[in-house]
Unconditional design. Sequence first.
Length: 330
Amino acid sequence: MRLFITGGSGLTGANLCVTALQRGHTVTTMVRDPASASFLTDAGCRVVTGDLANLDALADGMTGADAVINSAAVIGGTWSTAGPDDYDRANYQGVVNVLDVAERAASHPRCVMISTAAILDMSHTMTEISPLQPIVHGPTTYTPAKLSAYYLTMHRASRGLHACTVVPSGIYGPSPLVDRALAATSFNSSLLGALRGEFDGYLDMPLPWVFVQDVADIVLAAAEQGRPGARYLAIGSSDDLRSLPDLCNQINDLAGVAHRVRAIRPQDEPERFGAMTRFSEHTYADPPIDASVTNKELGITSTPVAEGLRRTLDWLRAAGRVPGSGRVPG
């Protein structure tokens, strides 16, 4: 297939580009900073410079494409410095632009939009058809923007566009673009901080975790064989549900690092975590996750957290980012 992938320099986007090339696809990717894309160019991607607001760049990237994968987004969460306008501009209006350009493209590409598990109502078992978060104004515009984009994608699919959505949860794991994959908004940054003894604690709340290669495999399978209007889950399994401190302590155990990351109750440090404290109030269903439809339809076997963390640790060591791995950490 001829693929157009937005956000090619991000953690998910870079893995998508590399995996797609390995599968024999032709890849065009869009990045904002061409200096960050030299690896992608060397790997065999055609690179377009632009962002989701640049309709000409989107049209250029989609020329002749069989499928479009929208991986570009502004990340929310504790370490994000983005504001409401940033979330709306990228995570909603950007999706409007991608779908608009795709509808006009002569090649009639399939569209795979990457969302977030934050749109799911976690009081129900999270499945491909489970309820979504209620439409209310909350303390952050990240989830409303993503929820609006999801409904927009379903609307376009109901009008005949071949569009589906992949819903990932907490993504971690290796990337060929190391610095980008260790940005402050990436959970990889927390894992590295724990390994270095620099990350001391986080909210005591469970989150679903997914290895980045699994996300890439699910997204590409959705581009290759996904159904229009479908929701596919990239959120691991119920066995992968744990708090960020537990995840950090698990990788430290693998590395033989004694440092412990403590679990913090929201009421103990309410100002530290801002809007994220509301997620600690979630009560998960039993079972929390059932991605069996996605796994069966797309032929996916999720990577257990223990294996994903081992591969992440090997990557950080090979990149010289873990003390004692042969290079000065930077």
